[in-house]
Design a protein around this ligand. Structure first.
Ligand code: TRP
Length: 368
């Protein structure tokens, strides 16, 4: 073991408050977040924001993997996502909003972590593969596209969180991130090969090996009932949609069912939405009657769904209305500025410790 090996046993990274950390994020490739994001991750963030030290990241550098020619779009989407977060109720007083492009430690850790991941393993990452297919990237994607999966490991580990609340589609990325943490701790912090993942931090590893926390609805289908909900597939209900738009979109769902007395398929897209957005007891009753062909029409179900979803979105609309105009824009920029400052303090510390463990501690810098 070299004398530069990190053995301080910093333990699970906890914020100034002593609370364990969470990190998760969104990529600003679309104008805003949709219901799939809500049930997949935002809901968990809201639930955890009181008891964890939370870091919410806007992966604006990653947005360039597919939108490099549209920087203005990425910029507008970035502001849109911050507005969505504020509208949903993520609270910048309690949580830290992290703008990826302003955190140099993330870029530096990406390069260092790239050495710990076999090239072929990155290229086989199922989340990347699915994305290449869904976005029809063929073999035209830039080098930076698979690179973002390595970058995501750095997004996460820069904050040394214990939990990463994400939708099911991100699981492969979290798995890769765990691989990086394990390898780093073993290679540079002297953690033994047999030490179980959850013991790494206690055994002197710099990085707690983070776990994914999958949302209540792992994969919400889009309105087409085939693909997952996604802006690029045009099958999404956005958090910023008004009440009429929500109902109009729901009304377009097709199930192939002919009449309210025809026994319905309780696994169809409409029923998945019922499960996701209508209170448990009532949802069970709807499904029972639907399956039995007990005079419950698709139109009626869509109406009830519309009411439930609009009730969920209404408080968000109210909060969002306060973010309009130049004042709202200024508020968003202020939130970003403050978040960047807090985030850099943490990420710089992690980078310093990582470099120290790697024998790269030749100087210490401060970012103000
Ligand atoms: N790739 C994620 C998505 O598109 C966004 C993301 C970037 C992220 N960095 C992250 C999520 C770190 C969790 C943790 O949804």
């Amino acid at each position: 073991m070299s004398d530069t090996t990190h053995t301080a046993g910093s333990g699970p990274a906890a914020g100034a408050s002593g609370r364990a950390r969470i990190l998760t994020g969104d990529t600003p490739t679309s104008t805003g977040l949709h219901l799939g994001h809500y049930v997949g991750s935002l809901e968990n963030r809201l639930a955890l924001q009181g008891s964890y030290d939370c870091y919410f990241l806007i992966a604006n550098v990653h947005a360039f993997t597919t939108l490099a020619e549209k920087p203005a779009e990425i910029r507008a989407n970035t502001v849109g996502i911050v507005k969505d977060w504020l509208a949903v109720g993520l609270d910048p007083e309690r949580s830290t909003f992290v703008l990826q492009s302003e955190i140099p430690a993330i870029a530096e850790l990406t390069f260092l972590f790239a050495m710990l991941l076999p090239f072929n393993k990155v290229m086989r990452n199922p989340t990347l593969k699915t994305e290449i297919e869904a976005k029809q990237l063929g073999d035209t994607y830039p080098f930076g596209f698979p690179m973002y999966a390595v970058g995501q490991c750095a997004d996460i580990l820069a904050f040394r969180p214990e939990l990463v609340p994400v939708g099911e589609d991100q699981e492969a990325h979290i798995e890769m991130c765990r691989d990086v943490a394990l390898k780093f701790n073993q290679m540079y912090c002297g953690v033994g090969n047999r030490v179980p993942a959850e013991e790494h931090a206690r055994a002197g590893g710099l990085f707690p090996v983070p776990r994914a926390k999958i949302g209540r609805v792992a994969r919400l289908p889009g309105l087409d009932g085939v693909n997952k909900m996604s802006k690029s597939l045009g099958n999404a209900i956005f958090l910023y949609d008004d009440a009429k738009t929500v109902q109009k979109k729901l009304n377009k769902i097709t199930t192939g069912r002919q009449s309210p007395t025809e026994p319905g398929d309780v696994n169809n897209v409409l029923m998945k939405f019922v499960d996701a957005f209508i209170e448990r007891g009532r949802a069970e009753e709807i499904k029972r009657r639907y399956a039995a062909g007990d005079n419950l029409g698709d139109g009626h179900v869509k109406q009830e769904l519309g009411e439930a979803i609009n009730a969920l979105l209404e408080p968000m609309r109210q909060r969002r209305s306060r973010l309009e105009g130049p004042e709202g824009e200024a508020m968003v920029h202020e939130v970003i500025r403050r978040g960047v400052k807090k985030a850099n303090a943490v990420a710089e510390e992690t980078l310093f410790l990582a470099k120290k463990a790697m024998g790269l501690d030749f100087g210490r810098r401060t970012i103000g």
